[in-house]
Design a protein around this ligand. Structure first.
Ligand SMILES: Nc1ncnc2c1ncn2[C@@H]1O[C@H](COP(=O)(O)OP(=O)(O)OP(=O)(O)O)[C@@H](O)[C@H]1O
Length: 335
């Protein structure tokens, strides 16, 4: 089994079956009874809509485990769901985790997977898994650059010979882009919008680079008007949404440029030939590949299925275990 334990989404791949689960990394908990009410999609629908005694939590924030107990609960829930309640037959699990997590958190993730019934737990850094899932030849002696833009972190890495030659991780990614839209709506339109609405704006009319028909793209946004205190609908245009995201986008572009500046010349030459690969849900932001190409002068591609790259990578590693044995950043075995 391969798992992408992401800030925004968790995906599970089962050898021979493919991706069997794709759910938001959200857990809703009844605080009075201390029991989970919902996990995944059902819990995400509750974000910002819960009564006093219920909290909808995202246990991973900014690429790290913010709430370990809830993360463990979620991981166990998903593993059991995939196995339809049956006990695991001591399977091997490969888990993709953000490269910024600490040693303690790595052990905690392995522990949670062991408790859910896994015998051999292997950890793989998300950029490495994303590169494998995007089909980059990471085992060859050639430089590959991957930018994995998730919910909480953007990880930029240069890989060669199954290893990370250099990498940089910034805690600015998809969620921060949505948050900038929230701030903009409040400041310019006096409209308070929730996390889900801000994400919808980003997906529907957000872009990183201008197109000729930009001005015609608009969206009606509902929220709470700050001055009247009443619900109101406001029409926004694509260029203002792009402008509202300019700061976090600049942080991402700077991280890419800094990594390129540190890349050894032979590998840099490979990257110029092969281009840069974008993965993670953030890669779906319209025009982001064009922005990065424009800023770096290097052709930039978006992976075929950016949201699934990490989990597909864990799956490929599972299915080619002997050839890709050196890609792991942690492992544990329960006897
Ligand atoms: N079409 C889209 N346009 C822009 N952003 C999108 C789109 N679809 C998804 N996203 C964003 O992608 C992010 C989630 O990506 P992904 O599932 O790869 O993250 P993750 O792996 O859970 O996070 P992390 O890698 O930080 O742990 C969210 O911020 C979401 O808003």
């Amino acid at each position: 089994m391969g798992i992408d334990l992401g800030t925004a989404n968790t995906l599970v791949y089962v050898s021979g079956k493919g991706i069997v689960l794709q759910e938001p990394s959200v857990v809703a908990i009844d605080q009075d009874l201390k029991v989970p009410l919902a996990v995944g999609e059902d819990a995400k629908k509750m974000l910002g809509r819960t009564p006093g005694n219920v909290v909808a939590l995202r246990p991973l924030r900014d690429g790290v485990i913010a709430d370990f107990d809830t993360a463990e609960l979620m991981l166990k829930h998903f593993i059991r769901q995939v196995h339809e309640g049956r006990a695991l037959v001591s399977p091997r699990i490969v888990i993709g985790i953000p490269s910024g997590v600490t040693g303690v958190e790595r052990r905690a993730v392995m522990e949670a997977a062991s408790q859910a019934g896994a015998r051999d737990v292997y950890l793989i850094d998300e950029p490495v898994a994303a590169a494998i899932g995007a089909g980059l030849p990471v085992a060859e002696p050639t430089g590959n650059m991957i930018i994995d833009i998730g919910g909480g972190t953007t990880e930029v890495a240069v890989l060669s010979l199954q290893g990370t030659v250099l990498s940089e991780s910034v805690r600015v990614a998809g969620d921060e882009l949505s948050e900038s839209i929230t701030q903009y709506m409040k400041k310019v339109h006096n409209l308070v919008v929730g996390e889900r609405t801000a994400e919808e704006i980003k997906i529907q009319v957000g872009s990183a680079y201008p197109t000729h028909d930009d001005d015609e793209v608009t969206m009606e946004v509902r929220g709470l008007h700050l001055l009247s205190g009443l619900p109101r609908t406001v029409t926004i245009k694509a260029p203002e949404v792009r402008e509202s995201m300019s700061e976090p986008l600049a942080v991402i572009v700077d991280a890419v440029k800094r990594t390129l500046e540190r890349t050894p010349p032979e590998l840099a030459a490979d990257i110029i030939d092969r281009g840069i690969m974008l993965a993670g849900g953030g890669a779906l932001l319209k025009g982001l590949d064009t922005l990065i190409s424009h800023e770096t002068g290097i052709v930039t591609h978006v992976a075929a299925d950016p949201l699934s790259c990490v989990v597909l990578g864990t799956g490929r590693v599972l299915e080619n275990f002997k050839q890709l044995e050196r890609v792991f950043s942690g492992r544990s075995r329960t006897i």
